[in-house]
Ligand binder design. Structure first.
Ligand code: UDP
Length: 328
């Protein structure tokens, strides 16, 4: 039976996408080096621990499992870390992805859905951000992803590769049954940190900056539920199978919330106190990142259905409260 190869399927967004594809009846094979992923998050029996740039391994997986399409998540994804170690990011995300895509094409796989990011836009000129906005990444993470979007386009010209790049805004939330969720170490993302403060695992939450050009002075982000992200990947795979054109899409809700609004919602939903301290701005944070979502709605039929604040935060709370140490 034809299968889908998911790299990074042991990671946060990858594991939710694997689950969604399995529920749709697909055969799914996961390749992950378990550097940041968790074996316990892999929900398919077909698992390979290995490197995406291992051409012999890719050839073996494609042949053995009759792979017809790939969803490529495997990457490093911390903006701050990428500022400190740019070479590490370009090697892991750009060089290795290039080799992975090359190996797919050489082995006859011509459909790929790629994990991209709103960080390709840098500081946006217009918000909500349309896909054709200028791409001027302000950190190596965003650049490492933009390079691969451009490379995919070149591979289409050269080899007829069909691709869709999904530019995620802020992923959040956990599966409805609480089986899989967000478990980064170290954790740097707002919602899990807020919930760890609610659990008393950290003394307080630092609010990075209060003088941004937004109504309450804190940064505004477009938070999208991982279940919605998983759905976007499934729709992208289907679009490629149906022969729809390649391209890049924002995946967001089109609505943003400030840091203070997230904290307030978390206080209400958890019933916990959540102490905060005011901290300086974090380097590289634009005031407001919100997606324009018309293109993905029109072309792929995607709309976010689980990304209201209530569902986002309560599903994440259910996960964190029941897995205070993640997958450990
Ligand atoms: N943030 C914060 N305190 C924290 C972590 C994050 O105030 O402890 C802010 C951060 O400055 C940004 C927003 O929350 O404005 C979302 O940050 P996150 O790291 O979750 O996602 P990013 O937007 O960097 O992808």
């Amino acid at each position: 039976m034809a299968s889908i190869l998911v790299t990074g399927g042991a990671g946060y967004i990858g594991s939710h996408t694997v689950r969604h594809l399995l529920e749709q009846g697909h055969e799914v094979v996961v390749l992950d080096n378990l550097q940041t992923g968790h074996r316990g998050a892999v929900l398919t029996p077909h698992f390979y621990e290995g490197d995406i740039a291992d051409a012999a391994l890719i050839a073996e997986i494609v042949r053995k499992h009759s792979i017809t399409a790939a969803v490529h998540f495997a990457a490093l994804s911390l903006v701050g870390e990428s500022m400190k170690f740019p070479t590490k990011y370009l090697e892991a995300n750009t060089v290795k992805s290039q080799q992975f895509v090359q190996a797919l094409v050489e082995n006859g796989v011509r459909r790929i859905v790629f994990s991209s990011t709103a960080a390709v836009y840098g500081v946006p000129e217009v918000v909500p951000i349309p896909e054709d906005s200028p791409k001027h990444p302000i950190n190596p993470y965003g650049l490492s992803k933009l390079f691969i979007e451009q490379y995919l386009q070149m591979m289409e010209t050269l080899h007829g590769l069909k691709w869709i790049a999904l530019r995620y805004f802020n992923a959040a939330g956990a599966s409805e049954d609480g089986r899989i969720g967000e478990a980064h170490d170290p954790e740097t993302h707002l919602i899990p940190l807020v919930l760890q403060a609610a659990l008393g695992q950290r003394e307080s939450l630092s609010i990075f900056g209060n003088d941004y050009d937004t109504p309450d002075g804190t940064c505004i982000r477009d938070y999208i539920h991982v279940r919605d992200l998983a759905d976007a990947h499934a729709l992208a795979l289907q679009a490629l199978a149906d022969g729809k054109p390649s391209g890049s899409y924002n995946v967001g809700t089109g609505k943003g919330y400030s840091v203070l609004e997230i904290i307030e919602a978390a206080r209400r939903i958890t019933g916990r106190e959540i102490p905060t301290v005011q901290a300086p701005r974090r380097e590289g944070d634009p005031d407001e990142l919100v997606a324009q979502v018309d293109k993905i709605r029109q072309d792929l039929g995607f709309t976010a259905r689980h990304s209201d604040l209530e569902t986002l935060i309560s599903s994440a709370w259910n996960w964190h409260a029941n897995h205070p140490h993640g997958y450990r």
